[in-house]
Design a protein around this ligand. Sequence first.
Ligand code: X2X
Length: 338
Amino acid sequence: MRLSRRRLLGSSVSIAAGLITAPFVARAQQAQWSYKYANNLPETHPMNIRAREMAAAIKEQTGGRFDLQIFPSSQLGSDTDTLSQIRSGGVEFFTLSGLILSTLVPAASINGMGFAFPDYDSVWKAMDGELGAYVRAQIAKANLIAMDKIWDNGFRQTTTSTKPITTPDDFRGMKLRVPVSPLWTSMFKALDAAPASINFNEVYSALQTKIVDGQENPLAIISTAKLYEVQKYCSLTNHMWDGFWFLANQRAWEALPDDVRGIVAANINAAGMKEREDVAKLNATLQQDLSAKGLVFNKPDPTPFRDKLRAAGFYTDWKNKYGQEAWGLLEKAVGKLA
Ligand code: X2X
């Protein structure tokens, strides 16, 4: 009786000890910070491939203290929804096109000015230089933190299910999906198209059901989001350069101790540099692959498109909207536009 009672006591003590130590051990192995990173691109896009590598490196370098959870393909909502969530702190990180961010920070669309950047060299010089610094300062005023290195989306090309774009006239009356952004709408209106603002998570089905005839995106997206399945023509219009600011919710960012914040920032910026290389390579080489998948390519002369925008007053209007300081920095990078 005594023995068994002691045994019973002993075992209940060890059970109790187990209950106390088990969660303690688990907590020691768990991250201290678990932050969500949302984006709108497929898992196969270099953005998500580099983000997964980056998350692993951050975990290792912080000794497991920081865990970055990646939510690709607009899993947490459309870009418009996610922009609200990063402002409220519902997500901690978000990569967003500067043009869409311009619904909150007007200056952030400036890199998308029609036919402004001739090549990647001029893009990186401007975005890693004075123009990018100007835009990041505007973003900070909206209580969002933009990492130093903008990630590449790329030079945008036009796809349609109806006909190739060879001259500006081909845009006339065309129902074209554009992202939710005043600059996009304004530019395609100036080209006499009929732009419809649709978030990216609805683009494939909008094309498939022919709610719109066409859309415009870099080749890396046309490929990884399989837009070639629901489009016939791809016209290499190169009409604007678009990039993704890697944004952090300010409160969540400032809650991190300096050492962790340093590790996270360094890895995000390094991953962004690798993503730039991957995307540029894809955008330069995917034409062959997409042709084999059935897309019919052509490359129009950009001059008449630019002339039409100029004649419509597009550049002068936007110069007035951005103001002399921002416009001056853009023209310093790309030459006179208006
Ligand atoms: O919505 C688009 O077209 C995309 C994926 O290119 C952007 O995020 C701007």
